[in-house]
Design a protein around this ligand. Structure first.
Ligand code: PLP
Length: 412
């Protein structure tokens, strides 16, 4: 951690005091430093599809090298609208309801900057993808966390219980929506389904409950659906915008990174009703002007891949999940079996470490595997102090190597 002198503090914004640098990205740096197998950050270590790489090369060769329209190349916006209709039955106007951004990361922060005022609260389920806290703070809002509780049954001997689901308490969620004072009121809920880090896929019943609260308290839903195609065990992804009453109050965020294994391309988008889209477009324009033009053209090609591509994507990730989990369980982790996305949250109590940060430091240095300390997904570090997350979006040989290294790990 860098120490800041009083003089330097004078130069810095108060906002940056309230969050730290990304722990996930820091673990990648540590993995490189120690030559560790990187199961920390969620990026694939295998090749992207030749067809879409070729499309990017061709776009550059064809001189698609200047700024695209600030809110996105038409070809990509049309492809996004077509995909939303085909997969979720949602009709979207590509001219008025889509903003293409530099990754879904920018789409999320541009959305929050466009809708939040000082004093607004944003409801976030925790454990949460670590960007949401800083995103809310940077946009002047205050995150209000609601717990997702791990499946208790899976903490039994023998590890993960396939039937176990992460759940939340309806009353706790209602109270988060109800928290309205003269200074504070709930502006939005951020929902991530399929979920990072838990692998939870929110059911229709849960989404309807959230829908009812959004309507009752006049709250927006900002839904990060970046893992929409990565589903296991028959789980179904339901877009919030598809539910009755939600189209007008939902901002759907998605991107190329995870569905097409191109996390470095930095292309994502927000889909929202026209007035909200206009506001997001303004913020986006002044934040970044536009996403990479040739990669947007390649994105349009990617979004036109046949349904079989997505089936194979999910199948391959299921195989990888089923490859890593037994190795983790054998080593002593309790695994919370994910239904979607490509992470597994684990309980590390068996190893007798004081906390997740000490454990992760030991694992990366002594065992040669990088994971993400669970505390980075919680407001209060102690809530994640006996959890760590592993990413399994890796080649089978990378997972084999991780399994070999895990054999050195000793239980308490
Ligand atoms: N949202 C979630 C839930 C993620 O897990 C990630 C990356 O890990 C992102 C967004 C970042 O997506 P992008 O690469 O489109 O910025």
């Amino acid at each position: 951690m860098t120490l800041v002198s009083p003089q330097h503090k004078h130069f810095l914004s108060d906002k940056v005091e309230h969050f730290t640098e990304s722990v996930i990205r820091e673990m990648t740096r540590q993995a490189m430093q120690h030559g560790a197998v990187n199961l920390a950050q969620g990026f694939p270590d295998f090749s992207a599809l030749a067809e879409i790489k070729r499309a990017a090369q061709e776009a550059i060769a064809a001189d698609v090298n200047q700024y695209a329209i600030t809110w996105g190349a038409k070809s990509l916006r049309v492809a996004i609208a077509r995909q939303m209709r085909e997969w979720q039955g949602i009709d979207v106007d590509p001219e008025k309801e889509i903003v293409v951004c530099c990754g879904s990361t920018e789409a999320m922060i541009a959305t929050l900057l466009a809708v939040c005022n000082k004093g607004d609260e944003v409801v976030v389920f925790e454990p949460f993808y670590e960007n949401y806290g800083p995103d809310a703070i940077l946009s002047g809002a205050k995150p209000r966390f609601v717990s997702l509780r791990p499946p208790q049954a899976s903490k039994s001997e023998g590890g993960g219980e396939p039937g176990g689901e992460w759940t939340f308490d309806e009353q706790e969620l209602r109270e988060a929506f109800q928290h309205q004072t003269a200074q504070h009121h709930t502006k939005a809920i951020i929902l991530n389904t399929p979920n990072n880090p838990t692998g939870k896929v929110f059911s229709r019943k849960e989404l309807e409950l959230i829908r009812d609260l959004c309507v009752e308290y006049n709250v927006l839903a900002i839904t990060d659906e970046i893992y929409e195609h990565i589903l296991y065990d028959g789980s179904e992804h339901i877009s919030m915008a598809r539910l009755d009453g939600m189209r007008e109050r939902t901002i759907t965020i998605n991107g190329l990174s995870k569905s097409y294994s191109v996390t470095g391309w930095r292309v994502g988008w927000a889909v929202a009703p026209p007035a909200i889209t206009n506001a997001i477009r303004k913020v986006h324009d002044f934040l970044t002007v536009g996403a990479p033009a040739p990669l947007q053209e390649a994105g349009a090609v990617a979004l036109s891949l046949p349904a079989s591509y997505y089936r194979e994507l999910a199948d391959r990730y299921r195989e990888r999940r089923d490859h890593l989990i037994p190795a983790l369980e054998k080593a002593g982790f309790v695994c919370y079996r994910p239904r979607g996305a490509y992470y597994v949250m684990t309980d590390i109590s068996a190893f007798g470490f004081a906390n997740d940060v000490e454990f992760a430091a030991y694992l990366v240095k002594e065992i040669g595997i990088a994971c993400v300390p669970g505390s980075s997904f919680y407001k209060h570090p102690k809530d994640g102090s006996q959890q760590v997350r592993f990413a399994f979006c890796k080649k089978p040989e990378t997972l084999d190597e991780a399994a070999r290294r895990l054999e050195k790990l000793v239980r308490k």
